[in-house]
Design a protein around this ligand. Structure first.
Ligand code: AMP
Ligand code: MG
Length: 476
């Protein structure tokens, strides 16, 4: 057992002693079962990169079962990387330490950032050597094997519904949907389940998916592989693979080298891709409806609701009460013109006072600029924008502005190069950075001055084009 999350352990009524026991390591590395566990893998299909890929399924995820805790909450435990399942196809069902550290750290970091996500209970090494061609370039190597135990109310994906629909098995599709609503959406139940219930359910899935993507936009998260088999029916961020965090703000950025040509899943595409995925879910459940009109109108609402939620989120990031389209559009284009660190920029913005001058504002946010010659460029790029922003602050500030902004704009995110440093050390058996990073990311909105220099710093130059920091693949 390399690491565990005490917060997730608590959700499962597990004590620290439980987590440090040998049995814990045995169970959560996939070597032992305890009474009541009935492992199973799920069957699902999916649209990958825009095309129907047929049956996929849990190729290396194994559900151990559900736990109902003392508060009556129901949690599913799932091992990722514990070996072959009936859906492994030609692959090995295993996971490597590199990607397991990434999944473990990011699940918990996202939770503490307030982003809906699956959780991670534990990270165990297996002792296996796993053969991986990290960049699919003909240079495979052995890597350490590892298993993460993920925890969520359910791991059902859009693809679980698509597979039965594509097969024309409408009876099982209906059974699955009725089970999903009864178990995970009981507040939607009335006397009987009918198409009105299905429609309300679809509305709620759209709503939750929208909220999740708005959070991703808020914190600078790029999922990397938004295939419909990686979309949670509960609107949780799921399947941490080649994800990444924006450093310099570029909406066209994706860390996923498999997507290098089309940037389908780039940061700025995520809202419209979520919409497309919801359309695929609507098509999957359409056989349960007479006509698609009502589903279509819920889908149309998604676009409107997303826009309004995104605007509210941007207002909170800026500390303003009302949305000004030209101010925000101009801000986003300026962030792109000069390579500007998104996280540092928004965090520093809270330090600006309405009485400041534009020159002073530029000084305040200058730690966010990547270009060393910012002093010559910044005034022409930023002066007008700051003058406009200062005007807004005078008439249009939210109450307790600094507080609101600092609860919206994190100081600490899981910077790509930081997780890579933690991985490099973990690969040599040194877990100190992994544990320290894990702890810092529990309080992403706090100042933590003693952690700032190492964990809130701009990406160093060496990390700009380094594998693992800016380039990742689905190989994990
Ligand atoms: P992903 O792109 O990681 O979401 O994976 C797509 C599909 O490939 C899913 O069905 C996974 O279960 C499967 N898969 C990925 N890696 C492995 C592996 N090492 N062994 C078996 N199946 C895998
Ligand atoms: Mg997946």
């Amino acid at each position: 057992m390399l690491a565990y999350s005490p917060e997730v352990a608590e959700l499962l009524d597990l004590s620290e002693e439980d987590c440090r026991s040998d049995l814990f390591a045995q169970v959560f590395s996939g070597n032992a079962l305890i009474d009541g566990m009935k492992p199973y893998a799920m069957c699902y299909g999916g649209h990958q990169f825009g095309n129907w890929a047929g049956q996929l399924g849990d190729g290396r995820a194994i559900n151990l079962g559900d736990v109902t805790n003392s508060k009556g909450e129901r949690w599913t435990l799932q091992l990722k990387g514990a070996g072959e399942t009936p859906y492994s196809r030609t692959a090995d069902g295993l996971a490597v330490l590199r990607s397991s550290v990434r999944e473990f750290l990011c699940s918990e970091a996202m939770f503490h950032l307030g982003v809906p996500t699956t959780r991670a209970l534990s990270l165990c090494s297996t002792g296996d050597q796993v053969w991986r061609d990290m960049l699919y370039d003909g240079n495979p190597e052995y890597e350490h094997g590892a298993v993460v135990c993920r925890v969520a109310p359910s791991f059902l994906r859009f693809g679980n519904f698509e597979i039965f629909s594509k097969r024309g098995d409408i009876k099982t599709l209906k059974t699955l949907l009725d089970f999903t609503i009864t178990t995970y959406f009981p507040h939607l139940l009335e006397e009987e389940i009918n198409t009105d219930t299905y429609l309300k359910w679809f509305e709620e899935v759209c709503e939750r998916t929208k909220d999740m993507v708005v959070h991703w936009r808020r914190v600078g998260f790029v999922h990397g592989v938004m295939n419909t088999d990686n979309m949670s029916i509960l609107g949780l961020t799921i399947d941490y693979g080649p994800y990444g965090w924006l450093e310099d703000y570029h909406p066209d950025w994706t860390p996923n080298t498999t997507d290098a040509e089309f940037h389908r899943y780039a940061f700025g595409q995520q809202a419209s891709i979520a919409h497309w995925n919801l359309m695929k879910l609507a098509q999957a459940i359409a056989p349960l409806f007479q006509g698609v009109q009502r589903l279509q109108s819920v889908l149309d609402d998604y676009a409107v609701n997303y826009k309004s939620a995104w605007q509210d989120m941007m207002c909170a990031k800026l500390g303003l009460t009302s949305f000004d389209e030209s101010l925000v559009e101009s801000l986003l284009s300026k962030l792109e013109i000069m390579d500007t660190d998104m996280t540092i920029f928004f965090r520093k913005l809270a330090d600006i006072q309405a009485s400041d001058t534009a020159e002073h504002c530029i000084q305040t946010i200058s730690p966010a600029f990547y270009d060393e010659s910012w002093q010559t460029q910044a005034p022409s790029v930023w002066q007008d924008w700051f003058n406009a922003y200062l005007q807004h602050l005078k008439s249009n500030s939210v109450t307790h502005r600094k507080l609101v902004m600092n609860q919206t704009n994190p100081k600490f995110v899981l910077r790509n190069y930081l997780s890579q440093l933690a991985i490099d050390k973990a690969n040599t058996g040194d877990l100190t950075m992994l544990h320290e990073l894990f702890d810092v990311l529990k309080k992403p909105y706090d100042e933590q001055p003693d952690k700032e220099e190492v964990f809130a710093a701009k990406r160093p130059d060496w990390a700009k084009h380094k594998v693992g920091c800016s380039m990742l693949s689905c190989s994990s």
